[in-house]
Design a protein around this ligand. Structure first.
Ligand code: 5GP
Ligand code: ZN
Length: 153
């Protein structure tokens, strides 16, 4: 049975999918829609969204998630990323979940942000916690238990 398409009439991205708000569309599939970000942090900053209204990644059915990365790859190639290896133009895929994590629009979206120089595109702040192997081991054990319970559910 096909997964039902879920919309929220008040959601700006649902409106874009339905064509009620105009967008510079890039790739569309039965499950995904992509378009240029209206307030880009770098040229060709694009958004890839599922045609399913869910606020956070874990709210989405897997088939929508599985559709998004191939679309993202297509757009990456279209903006001229074709080099292998670490040098040359790069890009970041960013997906924020929740206000604390800088999410503004509550419809899952993946940012594809070209990174061509230090000044434009994503600038990452990444405070690191000192390594504590005991704590890491305890956490690992707990997560494995939770994963096993999740699989059983
Ligand atoms: P967030 O911070 O939620 O991860 O990012 C939301 C993104 O959506 C922002 O980069 C913002 O510029 C973009 N955005 C918000 N409203 C619109 C819109 O109406 N059209 C387009 N194309 N992008 C939008
Ligand atoms: Zn929506």
């Amino acid at each position: 049975m096909a997964t039902p398409v879920v919309h929220d009439a008040a959601c700006i991205f649902c409106k874009i999918i339905k064509g009620e708000i105009p967008s510079f569309k890039l790739v569309e599939t039965p499950l995904s829609y992509s378009f240029l970000d209206i307030q880009p942090t770098a040229e060709a900053h694009a958004l890839i969204i599922p045609k399913y209204h869910g606020a956070k990644l874990h709210n989405l059915p897997d088939e929508y998630l599985a559709d998004i990365l191939p679309v993202t790859k297509k757009i990456a190639k279209a903006i001229g990323i074709d080099n292998d290896g670490p040098d040359g133009p790069g890009y970041n895929i960013l997906q924020n979940n929740g206000r604390i994590a800088h999410q503004v629009v509550d419809h899952v979206h993946f940012h594809l942000i070209p990174k061509n120089d230090e000044k434009t595109g994503l600038i990452v702040g990444w405070p690191s916690i000192d390594t504590n192997l005991d704590k890491l081991g305890q956490l690992h054990k707990k997560l494995l238990e939770n994963l096993e319970k999740g699989e059983a559910a």
